[in-house]
Design a protein around this ligand. Structure first.
Ligand code: IVH
Length: 707
């Protein structure tokens, strides 16, 4: 009997356990699916399920978490609601301002620094200074409460930064928990990428056809600012601590003590570190690190000197936004000498011919440099750079390597001055320099394969059509083999492949699955947001932000096409269209001219028309600003404004999230009528639209008038 009873209880428990196991597995599945859909929706603007389907998955997840509260972890998609809706990052106010450092560039500056401190403290005796490398990354503050990492933020303006907690939690050397820490402990430090890991990341980005970064700092910054922490997690980020923010109990009495305490908590420290007492000590350290610099695993841009005693740091305090007790001693840009083997001409997407130096590979700052930009022909002439010369290469901060000078003493007799070609090395078309321009451009347009290929690469790139699996190498291959000549060909690739004698799956390096994946990736992008579409066209000077502004202005592809079709067809009012374009914030005459020049070209019109046969462009989704009194409202200006120009009024309204329309309709929220307002005012009255004077409008946007 007893044993029967037990059997019953046992079977009950095990069936419960089984149920729980099944539920847990389903929960894990749902988490993965929702994360995937969140990423598609929020980072790529391209969901592949309906909102209703998404809500159903989410509802199921929430139900499971009600039944099994233990499934709720901090990283469950159910906990991500806040972060999910934010278009960017939330801002956090720093408990203590995050400061920057003053710079020293010479020994004299160091002498001044030491003298200033002694004078300020009235301390003639020896003063201990902690010295350590200044690692080139981005500053970050970590807040621990009761030993648990509760938030991480960027420096921002020093008072407020961006909340990057989720991303920072993916960094391997940021501890999530501290043992025996004070109740409140803020650790300040730098997020960075090691040089070797940066190179590996770039190699894999290039392979995938994704963005490559100019240097480890940009790569670190770009990775930290990912909206999807799953992407951040794949990036080799690291952190070291260099100072404290708010602390509820002191950790140490010296800077050196802080280093030790932070090390004990598990934070890495910048090395090599030393304690110096005199300017001579400091300069010896500076030169030592300068020599070791190329061999350090991370990029450094100088060394930092900090008064060791914290009580003295406290007395010294701050000037403006930097402490008096510390200074950064910057290194000059890293240089090396090598031989210029050749000057080759690269042709970019907009036809710009850029001379590029081919170098005997050399290590500059831990990175092997084999090519460097020579900018343009004037630069080459100014520096008198000739093939065969020994040249000084520099890798400074955030730029690609440059040739700074020629070592003239080593020039061979017979070295001949460089002559820029007058024709495009790729298509043979004339390459011309416009008046006042330093750049020579190929006039071949789309018949120039170099431009066509570069445009295609741009077209499929991450912030444009973002077609996964269609990287630079594949674009080159497909172009060469005549599979893709123009953007719209991408969208007919699959149909053509079906009847091809040599379908993709039988090509070298391809198989059934990879071919299918590529077609799926292309299919996914048949619908695209207007701003991405505009950006993808690769119009000269139209980057992402200009594309967004154009999209916000036109709202629909139809409106945009109508705009570009009319003046172009009649050529009657070229200046009218220029006026309209330049009324858009941040678009000047130069950019507007390039935009018009693009649409005037028949071959560009053909490209756009062919594309629109194949893809659907969705209307621009105006971000709703809730903090602005006119966010999302449609306004019309009419008559003569006195306090500002029409352009200024329009720019201001748009910057506040309003849409400025040219004519009054039922959709108009406000008409702002200046002097001598005519028919638009009459129409507004007819339609019962609220009419404001210029002053009322100004009061309203400054928040002083509520309507
Ligand atoms: S100490 C009160 N130490 O350089 C500020 N900063 O240019 C204390 N940095 O904002 C800063 N390495 O982001 C310190 N070893 C180091 C550093 C370092 C890099 C950064 C830091 C700072 C910036 C100033």
């Amino acid at each position: 009997m007893t044993s029967d009873l037990f059997a019953h209880v046992n079977s009950k428990t095990s069936s419960k356990e089984h149920e729980r196991d099944v539920a847990k597995r389903r929960h894990d599945e749902l988490c993965a699916q929702l994360r995937h859909h969140d990423a598609l929706y929020y980072q790529k603007d391209s969901p592949d399920i309906s909102d209703a389907e998404y809500d159903r998955l989410r509802g199921e997840l929430l139900d499971l978490e009600v039944t099994y509260p233990e499934f709720v972890t901090q990283d469950s998609p159910s906990q991500q609601v806040g972060a999910k809706v934010a278009a960017g990052f939330k801002t956090v106010r720093h408990a203590m301002p995050m400061l920057s450092l003053a710079n020293a560039f010479s020994e004299d500056d160091v002498v001044d620094f030491m003298a200033r401190i002694r004078k300020f403290l009235n301390m003639p005796e020896d003063l201990a200074i902690v010295v350590e490398p200044k690692i080139d990354g981005l500053s970050c503050t970590l807040r621990y409460e009761h030993g648990v990492l509760v938030s991480a933020a960027t420096r921002g303006d020093g008072q407020e930064g961006e909340d990057i907690t989720a991303n920072v939690k993916t960094i391997c050397d940021v501890p999530h928990r501290l043992v025996n820490a004070p109740d409140v402990l803020e650790v300040r430090g730098e997020i960075y990428m090691r040089k070797d890991e940066f190179m590996a990341l770039n190699a894999s980005q290039e392979e995938k056809g994704d963005k490559v970064f100019a240097n480890p700092r940009n790569a670190a910054a770009g990775s930290v600012r990912q909206l999807d922490s799953a992407i951040t997690a794949t990036r080799p980020l690291r952190f070291f601590g260099y100072a404290l923010g708010e602390v509820s109990a002191p950790l140490a009495t010296t800077q050196d003590g802080i280093r030790t305490a932070l090390k004990d908590f598990g934070f890495s420290q910048a090395e090599p570190m030393a304690v110096c007492y005199t300017v001579a000590d400091i300069m010896a350290y500076y030169h030592r690190v300068e020599i070791e610099r190329p061999d350090l695993p991370y990029d450094i841009d100088g060394v930092v000197y900090k008064v060791d005693r914290l009580d003295l740091q406290e007395r010294l305090g701050f000037v403006a936004r930097a402490p008096r007790w510390a200074i950064a001693h910057k290194f000059p840009a890293e240089k090396a000498v090598t031989i210029l083997k050749d000057i080759v001409i690269q042709v970019g997407r907009t036809g710009a011919l850029t001379p590029v130096a081919e170098l005997d590979p050399i290590t500059v700052g831990g990175v092997v440099v084999a090519r460097a930009t020579l900018h343009n022909e004037d630069e080459i002439a100014r520096k008198d750079i000739r093939v065969g010369d020994h040249v000084v290469i520099q890798r400074a901060g955030d730029v690609i390597p440059q040739v700074v000078a020629v070592v003239l003493e080593k020039r061979h007799a017979g070295a001949i001055p460089f002559v820029m070609p007058q024709t495009c090395p790729v298509c043979g078309s004339h390459a011309v320099r416009e008046e006042g321009e330093a750049i020579r451009r190929c006039t071949g347009g789309l018949i120039c394969p170099a431009q066509a290929v570069e445009r295609l690469k741009h077209f499929v790139s991450r912030n444009a059509f973002d077609i996964e699996g269609l990287g630079s190498k594949i674009i080159e291959e497909f172009y060469r083999d005549g599979l893709i000549a123009s953007p719209s060909d991408i969208f007919t690739l699959e149909a053509r492949d079906k009847t091809s004698l040599t379908p993709l799956r039988v090509r070298d390096g391809w198989g059934e699955l990879s071919a299918k994946n590529l077609f799926v990736a292309i299919e996914k992008r048949r619908t695209i947001a207007l701003d991405r579409f505009i950006y993808a066209l690769g119009i000269r000077q139209v980057g992402e932000s200009t594309a967004k502004r154009l999209a916000a202005h036109f709202e629909t592809i139809t409106a945009m096409q109508a705009f570009f079709a009319t003046p172009i067809a009649t050529s009657e009012h070229p200046t009218l269209s220029l006026d309209e374009l330049t009324s858009i914030e941040d678009i000047g005459v130069g950019v507007a001219g390039d935009i018009l020049a693009f649409f005037v070209e028949p071959h560009n019109q053909d490209v756009v028309a062919a594309l629109l046969q194949k893809v659907t462009v969705t209307d621009y989704a105006r971000p709703q600003r809730t903090d602005s009194p006119v966010g999302g409202k449609t306004v019309v200006f009419t008559g003569t404004l006195v306090k500002m120009t029409r352009a200024e009024a329009k720019a201001k309204a748009e910057s506040l999230g309003a849409k400025v329309a040219g004519s009054v309709s039922g959709k108009t929220d406000y008409v702002i009528a200046g002097d001598d307002a005519g028919s638009k005012l009459a129409k507004a009255r007819d339609l019962g639209v609220t009419v404001l004077t210029e002053d009322e409008w100004l009061q309203m946007i400054s928040g002083r008038l509520d309507l």
